[in-house]
Design a protein around this ligand. Sequence first.
Ligand code: SAH
Length: 376
Amino acid sequence: MDQVVAIRPPARGIPRAGAQNLRDLDPADLAAWLAQHSPEPPPRHRADQLFRWLHQRRAPDFAVMSDLPAGERTRLAGLASLARLHLDAVLRSHDGTRKLRLRTAEGAALESVLIPNEDRGYTQCVSSQIGCALTCRFCATASLGFQRNLATWEIVDQVYQAQDLLEREAIAEGAEYPGRITNLVFMGMGEPLHNYNQVKRAVQLLTHAHGAAIAGRRITISSSGLVPAIERFARDELALEVGLAISLNATTDAVRDEVMPINTRWKIAELLAAVRQVPQHRRRFITFEYVLLADVNDSDDDTRRLLDLVGDMRCQVNVIPFNPHPHAPYRRPSSTRVQRFVHRCRALGLLVYLRTPRGDDIGAACGQLALESGNA
Ligand code: SAH
């Protein structure tokens, strides 16, 4: 593992505190904001122009927006914020995975993980909160406690910072094309459905045809099982656009109560009833994640109960062998045991994928995001 520390100068021309960050707004909201803040009606295409600068070209400031009149650029720079996150470290794994550590304006740190796909694209694992309010006992992020929700622009900017990084790398390596982020999973720090509105808006911005244009079918939101929020998702147009993953992680309430205390609030049966309300996509299945913990949830009986719980649904199960870290009292099962669990599930007719840990040498694998190098 080698560490690259990228130090950037702070953004120039910071407007007064509390100014609207224009990176938060879709074209319609940008048009409304411009109308409100212009002495005379702005040209009709101005909002779309701005949106493309911010989301397609990831403009650092107004100064580069060459097709806007110079006076207008200066005026807007005094009114609105274009603040971005600050990238302060990139950790590289031997398997090509990179963990980005980003800082917010107040200096809090968050992590985002970039995982190479087989097709030269990348899957990015984004954070939705700083810390997490849930207390899943196998997850390192839980040890941070909850600090705050991320704003829409802070979610979106994780993707843009990662894309900027890929472009800098391509230039440094003399590569013809930079890597491209094609898939997103909301499986970083935090519970995305606890930050529903901002996550939804971030999806709208990231999928916009005049922005990063990431395909909705390549985006997955992962939840620990907040039943009311899953019911809301099921009724929302968002459910037609992106996939849902549920961290199931146990086949009995007794075990799930212990490993995921959220289960003491909403039991497995209630959780699955809510998941059944989510409309089925034509090409997409619900995903259940199942972190395999030695002698806790990895028995043959668990495979049978798993079939009873989800066997009637169009779903896939992602088995994730536990990634150890100092905050959890669990062990990863032996590879024979992992294989046995997966084979038995398949023999019972479940669609199961075994997830090999990515970036575990840099603390970037599932459940390891806890800022080992210290939060501010
Ligand atoms: N809060 C959301 C998203 C973050 S967790 C959720 O719970 O789904 C993303 C995935 O990592 C979850 O499926 C979780 O079960 C898994 N995970 C957490 N800690 C882990 C660990 N130590 N080893 C392996 N997977 C883990």
